[in-house]
Write a protein that binds this ligand. Structure first.
Ligand code: HEC
Length: 153
């Protein structure tokens, strides 16, 4: 009887972790509408503190390479290739911010040099190791979007 219980518990745990993964929107299934991406990519609220870390990490978002952001004035080297992100949440709402971060080409033009962070369309100039992968995970996108939502003037 004890043995039986153990087996059931293991099966339940497996089913739960599969379900959590299945609720994540795959990179090629993101629904871009005129209003942006209205649904969370994970169903888990973004964490702005984790998002700030992803934003400034040179290995993850590396957003500062192209964008100045006064909120991170303590960080070195703010690029000026893209617009300053001060007050960006006053210019774009959450669904549009999610769309811009997930795949900026859907919002701007195909020519934008901003990478699609949750897209499989990896530009030819990007590292081949990224083929078939996304730069950020779905949850990292949600976290960055939550952080951008704090940038109000
Ligand atoms: C290689 C340069 C580059 C990187 C890296 C980059 N961006 Fe951008 N981004 C741009 C450019 C350029 C634009 C302006 C749109 C255009 O002209 O293509 C832009 C536009 C934006 C906008 C709209 C800003 C506005 O005021 O209209 C947001 C939001 C944004 N980027 C967020 C991010 C975030 C968050 C990251 C990191 C996860 C990031 N970007 C990384 C180049 C970049």
């Amino acid at each position: 009887m004890r043995r039986m219980k153990f087996t059931l518990g293991a099966v339940t745990a497996l089913a739960l972790s599969t379900a959590a993964f299945a609720s994540e929107v795959a990179p090629d299934a993101v629904d871009f509408t005129d209003d942006g991406v209205t649904m969370s990519l994970t169903g888990v609220a973004g964490d702005p503190v984790a998002g700030a870390e992803t934003f400034k990490s040179r290995k993850l978002g590396n957003c500062l390479a192209c964008h100045a952001n006064s909120d991170m004035s303590g960080e070195l080297f703010h690029g000026d290739v893209g617009p300053e992100l001060d007050g960006v949440a006053d210019r774009w709402d959450e669904p549009m911010l999610r769309a811009i971060v997930a795949n900026s080409k859907q919002i701007f033009t195909d020519e934008t040099i901003m990478p699609g962070f949750y897209s499989l369309e990896v530009g030819a100039h990007l590292n081949e190791d990224l083929v078939g992968k996304t730069i950020l995970s779905a949850q990292q996108v949600e976290d960055v979007v939550a952080y951008l939502g704090t940038l109000k003037e």
